[in-house]
Design a protein around this ligand. Structure first.
Ligand SMILES: NC(=O)c1ccc[n+]([C@@H]2O[C@H](COP(=O)([O-])OP(=O)(O)OC[C@H]3O[C@@H](n4cnc5c(N)ncnc54)[C@H](O)[C@@H]3O)[C@@H](O)[C@H]2O)c1
Length: 374
């Protein structure tokens, strides 16, 4: 029998600033997948504005804590950057009992749900793993949140829900679910549908669906950045690893797309801009006038090609990055470009960093940490 919120043994909701030892009443944000790329950058922004942060991550695709340590290296560095503490639980969303225990330990006010498998190409090869992790994990999370009465959620969705988009820049009016080219995108689409259904069934839920375009870049400190396990499947970490000599040549998937230079066009945005978008989304789900589930695109509204990005990164790191055009990758689409008008109007959010900022910050991160968090 699930306990009601009033029966929960809540941990006192306090936040300790390591620099000042100041303790203040704050909202508790539970972040799933917080040891990953977007999650870790977002936590910095959350801590900076005074939220208490609890992270749930099983380190499926990120580096786990070293032996004898309680935090993964990335989150230790987040603490160093912000001077603030956070709590980490190495728990899978698929482990209902362990997840419930975390919710019973804190009075969680709101959840940001990043945890997912995200590699488009891999999802074509391993659809069951993707559906199991992304859908079962999300359903379990929503069930546990319902049990404890925590009904505010910000969800990491993706531009892949638009499939092969019919017009550019693509806005939220564009249909979703039709023509999605891979299981990863379909898992995001189904998660969105589940959340919409939930808010229809129970009016207490308030959900913001953030449809990210292509986050790249790194924190300006150079202390944290994208450090995927194994061979990177995204362009920027691959480029960065080439630049430090860990990879020989960048594979460009397809040179015969219907785009100006034949390579795919993506709407790259700086991860710190994206991270700040989550604070805007938290404000939205905290607004008592807001109900239901609403989707917002987060992107820059400017498409650039893979070859243009290789050239911009080569300039930033001062080395020519060798590349080779190979066959198309299953699951890819020709082009994505975001209309961010709605987020600007209703969330007061707009990305400000340029492609050169993205490349400079990725290079700072990778050159300071050639082996990532190792
Ligand atoms: N990075 C992108 O290009 C991009 C674009 C659009 C949407 N998104 C979405 O944003 C979110 C974050 O992406 P990211 O780039 O930070 O990915 P990431 O792989 O760096 O981080 C995801 C984190 O989730 C954790 N995780 C996965 N399954 C889990 C589970 N069952 N239980 C607990 N933890 C689990 C992983 O260990 C990892 O630390 C994802 O949902 C992704 O689909 C990312």
């Amino acid at each position: 029998m699930a306990p009601t919120p009033n029966e929960l043994p809540c941990q006192k909701t306090t936040l300790t600033d390591m620099r000042t030892s100041k303790v203040a009443d704050v909202e508790v944000v539970l972040v799933t997948g917080g040891a990953g790329f977007v999650g870790s950058h977002t936590i910095i922004e959350l801590l900076n504005v005074g939220y208490q942060v609890v992270v749930v991550d099983n380190c499926l695709t990120s580096k786990p804590p070293r032996k004898g340590e309680t935090l993964p290296a990335v989150l230790r560095r987040v603490q160093d950057i912000t001077g603030m503490n956070l709590d980490f639980h190495m728990v899978s969303l698929l482990d209902r009992q362990a997840l419930r225990k975390v919710f019973l330990l804190y009075k969680v006010d709101v959840v940001i749900h990043f945890a997912a498998l995200k590699a488009v190409g891999e999802s074509v090869k391993r659809p069951l793993d993707y559906y199991h992790n992304n859908l079962t994990g999300t359903i379990t999370l929503l069930q546990v949140m319902s049990e404890v009465g925590c009904k505010r959620l910000v969800f990491s969705s993706s531009s892949t829900v638009y499939g092969s988009a019919q017009y550019f820049p693509t806005d939220e009016e564009h249909g979703t679910g039709v023509g999605i080219t891979n299981p990863y995108g379909r898992s995001k689409y189904v998660c969105e549908q589940i959340m919409k259904d939930l808010t229809v069934a129970d009016k207490e839920w308030r959900v913001v669906l953030l449809r990210y375009f292509n986050p790249v870049g790194a924190h300006e400190s150079g202390l944290i950045g994208d450090d995927p396990l194994g061979v990177p499947v995204n362009l920027m970490p691959y480029l960065a690893q080439c630049a430090v000599g860990r990879r020989d040549v960048v594979h460009v998937f397809g040179g015969d797309w219907d785009t100006p230079d034949g390579t795919c066009v993506r709407d790259y945005m700086h991860v710190v801009d994206l991270a700040k978008g989550h604070n805007a989304a938290l404000a939205k789900v905290s607004d008592k006038k807001f109900t239901g589930a609403k989707a917002y695109n987060l992107g820059r509204g400017k498409g650039i090609s893979v070859l243009e990005m290789i050239s911009a990164f080569s300039k930033a790191c001062g080395k020519e990055i060798p590349y080779k055009i190979v066959g198309r990758r299953r699951g890819d689409v020709r082009r994505t470009t975001c209309s961010g008008t709605l987020a600007e109007k209703e969330l007061s959010w707009k990305s400000s960093r340029t492609v050169d900022d993205m490349c400079r910050d990725v290079w700072r991160w990778q050159s300071k940490n050639p082996n990532g968090y190792e």
